[in-house]
Design a protein around this ligand. Structure first.
Ligand code: ARG
Length: 609
């Protein structure tokens, strides 16, 4: 099915051409004067320069041609040369029926489906998932779903941080706690146990303890009145511990078997837990790869960079220049190997690219991470291109996101100033929604609990996604869970309302027949149809720009249009059965479009709320 804008432009182009003008002037945009028209064409103004005529004369000619067709109920040439357009009501109803009859609701499937990797989530194993990881998961999942809806082959990879210093810290803390374990006996030759020597909840405690140990703060201790000798002792221990952790990390990275065995236990426990947590967010990855998977590719890629003459030594480190003449500020070279020989974040990402090229030969890469990582990704993309790791036509995009702030405008924290865990955050939202639902108490407590989870997730995700990703935003539970305004619950409430009308209609013996939608009779009805028309165009645009907030904006407007129509129209009391069936058809289409959009955003609607 053609997008409504393409239909309009098709007609405009024909008219321009028939009047002897270049057809490319026949561009249409949504009207910026909705009081006057629905769509408009500004092409006559541009054509006027090329053809040395008055814009209004060209517009008038074109309008005359347009009036011969049936697409518009109104077209007008107005000064200085705008063409104002209103869509014909009968045509619009036909378009609605076509959308309703199409499984894809009129959304054209990509002509050339692409294979696209979305790198998002990016949790660091064995560290608690905190709100900072929320945005990557929520935005990335939505981008992936948009691509899938467009007919592309999307591959989501969680790209775990699973090979960093946290592993060395855990190993050393474990050594302090359980030195008798075989992993710490250099003479041990047997098989390492299958069973993990620690549980998930122990692990939850091991990492923070170790992290704290490695960062003893002498100033703080002094301020708290600890005596000098004690401070010196603690400081020395902390430094020694940190040193050990670094060493253990390096040994792990070099493949030392006992640490590999501990690492495997950590991974098994954490990944299962992460899957559960991401699952609760309706976030699902196709690949559970991590930085560790990139390691085998690193020696080869470094050699390759050296052989191509791209990598050179600088102050002991190995670096690749990435600066380009067009850069507005000077970009530092990408360090691919530190002076102590350790590989780096950038090297892991390059290794991962090589792996992905081997496995999938993707047409495009999309990375979703904190916007403060922008330089890192610029460096990685440029090295990958320079070295020819990816074909020149492959697109590599970074979608950075801003910080989630509390109401005080500072990065979101718990009440006592700690880092809020994702689980806690979700529980808080669910409780708040539950309380809201119980205020009206039309359902059982049990159902309210279930509904609260569905609505809570929508509140959380919509609260995030409705902001432009790159901007910081204020996390405001009270606002997010409100059933009114630009919120997830408001959208769900609209869907539930439609479902309830449909149920009552069915109870009255009504059936929803295809092709029943008639030409709109009122302004709110037409406005609703016009909004529905835009579905494909909105989804396509949102995907192109990697902008889920555009979908949010659209469904907010669509919900408003629906509610306005609903208040204006007594659907269930209508005597004229054809009219009634038409309205039912229209609201069913509305429901389907809303549901398709929230599915792309990554949440769903309950039956009642
Ligand atoms: N683990 C990283 C972090 O927490 C995010 C990973 C982003 N993805 C990537 N390919 N580097 O900061």
């Amino acid at each position: 099915m053609k997008k409504i804008l393409s239909v309009i432009e098709g007609e405009l182009k024909q008219a321009f051409a028939a009047c002897g003008y270049e057809e490319s002037y026949g561009k249409a945009v949504l009207s910026n004067r909705p009081d006057l028209c629905e769509y408009q064409c500004n092409g006559a103004m541009a054509a006027a320069k090329a053809y040395r005529k008055k814009p209004i004369d060209i517009a008038t000619e074109v309008v005359e041609k347009l009036n011969e067709g049936r697409l518009f109920s109104m077209c007008q040439a107005v000064m200085p040369g705008f063409i104002n357009l209103k869509i014909d009501e009968t045509y619009l109803a036909g378009y609605m029926n076509q959308m309703a009859a199409d499984e894809r609701l009129g959304l054209p499937a990509a002509e050339k489906p692409q294979t696209i990797i979305v790198d998002y989530g990016g949790a660091n194993v064995a560290k608690p998932l905190h709100v900072g990881h929320l945005r990557s998961a929520v935005i990335g999942e939505s981008i992936k779903r948009m691509g899938t809806a467009m007919g592309h082959h999307m591959i989501g990879d969680v790209h775990l941080g699973d090979f960093g210093l946290q592993m060395g810290l855990i190993i050393e803390e474990l050594r302090d706690r359980k030195p008798e374990l075989p992993y710490f006996d250099p003479d041990f030759t047997g098989e390492y146990p299958e069973e993990s020597p620690f549980t998930l909840s122990e692990l939850d405690d091991i990492y923070p303890t170790a992290s704290k140990k490695s960062k003893f703060n002498a100033d703080e201790a002094r301020a708290q009145g600890m005596d000098a000798e004690e401070i010196a002792k603690k400081e020395a221990y902390s430094q020694e511990f940190a040193h050990r952790a670094h060493l253990a990390t390096r040994q792990l990275q070099d493949g030392y078997a006992p640490y590999r065995a501990i690492w495997k236990h950590i991974m098994d426990l954490s990944v299962a837990d992460l899957k559960k947590n991401y699952g609760r967010l309706n976030v699902f990855f196709d690949l559970w790869k991590g930085e560790s998977d990139a390691q085998p590719y690193i020696p080869g890629l470094i050699q390759n960079l050296i052989d191509q003459g791209l990598a050179y030594e600088s102050q002991g480190a190995l670096v690749v220049d990435i600066a380009q003449e067009t850069d507005s500020k000077e970009l530092p070279p990408c360090i691919v190997r530190k002076s102590d020989g350790a590989a780096l974040y950038a090297t892991s990402d390059l290794g991962t690219i090589i792996q992905r090229e081997e496995d999938f030969q993707p047409d495009a890469y999309i990375y979703v991470a904190d916007k403060r990582q922008e330089l890192h990704f610029t460096q990685v993309f440029r090295v990958a291109r320079k070295a020819g790791f990816v074909r020149p036509e492959v697109s590599m995009r970074f979608q950075g996101f801003g910080t989630m702030n509390g109401k005080d405008g500072k990065p979101f924290k718990t009440r006592d100033g700690g880092v809020m865990r994702l689980e806690q955050l979700i529980a808080d939202i669910d409780d708040a929604v539950y309380a809201r639902i119980m205020e009206n108490r039309t359902v059982s407590a049990e159902e309210a609990r279930e509904t609260a989870q569905i609505v809570g997730l929508a509140a959380l995700k919509y609260g995030d996604l409705s902001n432009q990703a790159a901007k910081d935003y204020i996390f405001d539970i009270d606002r997010f869970i409100s059933f009114e305004g630009n919120t997830g619950p408001y959208i769900l409430y609209t869907i539930v309302r439609i479902k309830s009308i449909q149920n009552k209609y069915r109870e009255q013996g009504g059936v929803c027949a295809p092709g029943s939608i008639l030409a709109p009779a009122t302004e709110p009805e037409k406005a609703l149809m016009l909004k529905l028309c835009r579905y494909s165009e909105v989804l396509e645009g949102a995907f192109e720009e990697l902008a889920p907030h555009k979908i949010c904006q659209y469904i907010y407007e669509l919900s408003n249009d629906f509610n306005r129509f609903y208040h204006d129209t007594k659907i269930l009391a209508e005597e004229d059965k054809a009219k009634q069936a038409s309205w039912i058809g229209l609201i069913d289409l509305t429901r389907q479009v809303l549901c398709a959009c929230i599915q792309v955003l990554g949440f769903e609607a309950p039956e009642r709320m």
